[in-house]
Design a protein around this ligand. Structure first.
Ligand SMILES: C[S@@+](CC[C@H](N)C(=O)[O-])C[C@H]1O[C@@H](n2cnc3c(N)ncnc32)[C@H](O)[C@@H]1O
Length: 190
């Protein structure tokens, strides 16, 4: 059944423009070090991360997104050892993975506690979060081209406390500043 939510109707190409950043490269390095048997990505967008990951990761990849067109785009690449779930973090039934990666996704979800609970239930070891909240001047919205993206601004403290309350402990915290993009990487362990 098709899901109707904020991202319904977006095309994968829309999300390709800020895919390779120092924060993403750092995450790829962390994943390489951890060498998880299964990586699950929540909010796959235009599948750029999966393509970068496949360069060195020899385990399985599970892509989760609430937008059917993003899931279809990922599937159309026919990459071995990949599988997909169309559904919403917080609600969807999905397999358990060793590491869950998500970038620029939590800021679009108002119920952080529901997301953290779902993430804790679906990881065996780690959750790797990239967000760009601190970059937003006032935190409420962001413009990409002519489109306005709604965001919920949250401090690092809110993330750390909510994840801890759901059994996920902060293990690493890195900040990457670029002229137009300020990303924070948080690594949580179960
Ligand atoms: C800003 S895009 C980020 C895409 C990609 N992670 C990247 O770094 O380019 C947000 C993505 O998360 C997905 N998304 C947002 N909330 C979600 C949820 N609760 N469950 C599943 N997917 C979600 C959207 O459909 C969209 O693909």
């Amino acid at each position: 059944m098709a899901i109707n939510y904020y991202w319904t109707g977006y095309k994968p190409e829309f999300l390709g423009h800020i895919a390779e950043t120092p924060a993403v490269e750092h995450c790829l390095k962390l994943i390489q070090e951890q060498n998880p048997a299964t990586v699950m990505e929540v909010g796959i967008g235009g599948s750029q991360f999966m393509e970068q990951l496949m360069g060195f990761h020899s385990g399985d990849y599970i892509g989760v997104d609430g937008t059917q067109s993003f899931i279809d785009f990922g599937k159309s690449k026919n990459i071995p050892r990949t599988s997909y779930v169309c559904g919403l973090m917080g609600k969807a039934e999905a397999p358990v993975a060793d590491l869950i990666y998500l970038r620029h996704v939590l800021e679009h979800n108002p119920d952080l506690n529901e997301c953290a609970r779902w993430l804790a239930e679906h990881t065996r070891r780690h959750v790797l979060v990239v967000n760009f909240l601190d970059w937003l001047p006032k935190g409420e919205s962001l413009h990409i081209g002519r489109r306005r993206i709604s965001c919920t601004n949250r401090s690092r403290r809110i993330f750390v406390d909510t994840f801890r309350d759901n059994g996920l402990t902060l293990q690493g915290d890195w900040v990457f500043r670029q002229p137009k993009l300020f990303e924070r990487v948080l690594l949580f362990a179960k």
